[in-house]
Design a protein around this ligand. Sequence first.
Ligand SMILES: C[S@@+](CC[C@H](N)C(=O)[O-])C[C@H]1O[C@@H](n2cnc3c(N)ncnc32)[C@H](O)[C@@H]1O
Length: 215
Amino acid sequence: MSSMNEKEKVRKRYDRWSRVYDAFDLGGVTYEKRFAADALGLKGTEKVLDFGTGTGAILPYVAGKLKTGKVYAVDFSEKMLERARTRVRKTGIQDRVEILRDDCENLSFPSDFFDCAIATFAFTSLPHPQKGAMELARVLKPSGRFAVLETGKPKKWYLLPYYWLIKPVARVFGYTYIDRNVPEYLVNAGLEILAIYRFGLTYCIKGRKREVEKH
Ligand SMILES: C[S@@+](CC[C@H](N)C(=O)[O-])C[C@H]1O[C@@H](n2cnc3c(N)ncnc32)[C@H](O)[C@@H]1O
């Protein structure tokens, strides 16, 4: 399968999912999503990337932490973005949010543009997650902070049956690969991981882009 077909398949799948995504509360503002946003330690002036925003569930929470800053929410599914636009309008946060249709594996932003980036359940859905990690690293400023929330294999043995159950379902219905080693993609892209917090089936990776070394 060519990579273009693969991307189109994922994008079309999310276009279809958009109708029920929020109804199933897949796009809910969970404790873990708020935790990831808090991990950015926002001061209010930052330019923040929401990488694979989907229906924009986290946008009101992130925008609520910004004064002069702005959150740029990107996704390649126009139908998911329609939902995000409605959410932004209804919550009256248009002045702090910009929604753009863009490819997380080939972002249209210049290098070193963002102070912070958040990605919730995006890396396990990207057709080419390593390319996405490289792009995240490129668009972050040196010392820029990131928080990546993902689903993955739990440490606690009693959660393993849920993991084994969800894994094939997520793969078939959402092209979501929860067995991916997301920290490895981020490290391969040159990003520094500061901490990993585990919440049962999900985990949050907090990190930053390294400073440019001065010689
Ligand atoms: C599981 S959803 C997560 C959405 C949202 N962040 C959340 O937490 O509910 C994954 C999203 O990634 C988007 N996505 C996948 N690959 C992408 C790509 N290459 N470029 C842009 N968006 C992509 C999908 O369209 C989908 O909206």
